[in-house]
Design a protein around this ligand. Structure first.
Ligand code: ZN
Length: 236
């Protein structure tokens, strides 16, 4: 194991990750994501209210034509009642008119309710439109500010990446494989020095004391795997 080369690589790699994380978690980056999320929420609300409005319009026109039908029947029956009718027919017509009036009242209430609902949907729709427009613009501005901010780090990132590329070539394949696997799981630093407390061996990555097998391994090979955090522990 080429320990020094690996440690140099690890140091540069962690530095790059730290820098990248700082950029990703910056206020500028948070601002971009905030407006992106809010814009998506407004877009969803727009689609939802649109679907709702479509449904209301369909029900409104259905109810309206039912109202018109009933109204026409009322007119027709009223005309018949004005003409010459026998008593039996008159009684029949009056009963029908009564039930038609009740139906008209019910339909009128429904139309009123649908009108109120459509006004509400319209208000929500225009609110979502306003919000969407605001966040789209704010996103554009935030993105511009973020790009400018991130560009300030570009030279540093570039040179660090180049350095890492060179350092990586000097590390043996076996150590690299172990490093990459631990790095993938965000267990960094992946290679840590042994800490000796009194006569016991302690992993400086997680603070756990090493068991007999790991300890023997370390004494024999100069490095071992921590059984607790799985980092590689080396003797300085
Ligand atoms: Zn450990």
């Amino acid at each position: 194991m080429k320990l020094n080369e690996l440690l140099a690589y690890q140091k540069a790699d962690i530095e790059l990750k730290r820098l990248q994380r700082g950029i990703d978690k910056s206020e500028q980056s948070k601002e971009v994501y905030f407006h992106k999320r809010e814009f998506a929420a407004a877009k969803k609300m727009l689609a939802d209210t649109e679907a709702m409005a479509d449904e209301i319009v369909a029900r409104y026109s259905e109810t309206l034509s039912a109202f018109e039908d009933s109204y026409k029947r009322v007119e027709k029956l009223s005309k018949e009642l004005d003409g010459e009718t026998d008593e039996a027919r008159e009684g029949e017509i009056l009963a029908m008119l009564e039930s038609l009036h009740a139906r008209l009242g019910e339909l009128e209430r429904r139309i009123f309710d649908l009108k109120k609902r459509s006004e509400k949907a319209l208000a929500e729709f225009s609110e979502a439109q306003k919000r969407g427009k605001y966040h789209k613009e704010a996103f554009g501005k935030a993105k511009e500010a973020y790009d400018k901010y991130a560009a300030g780090f570009a030279p540093q990132l570039e040179s660090l990446k180049k350095e890492i590329e060179t350092l990586r070539k000097a590390v043996d394949k076996e150590s690299l494989a172990v490093y990459d696997a631990l790095s993938e799981e965000k267990i960094l630093p992946a290679f840590v020095p042994l800490t000796e407390v009194d006569k016991s061996y302690v992993c400086s990555g997680c603070g756990m004391q090493l068991a007999g097998a790991a300890r023997a391994d370390l004494d024999q090979n100069g490095c071992c795997r921590c059984e607790s955090c799985r980092r590689m522990i080396f003797k300085k």
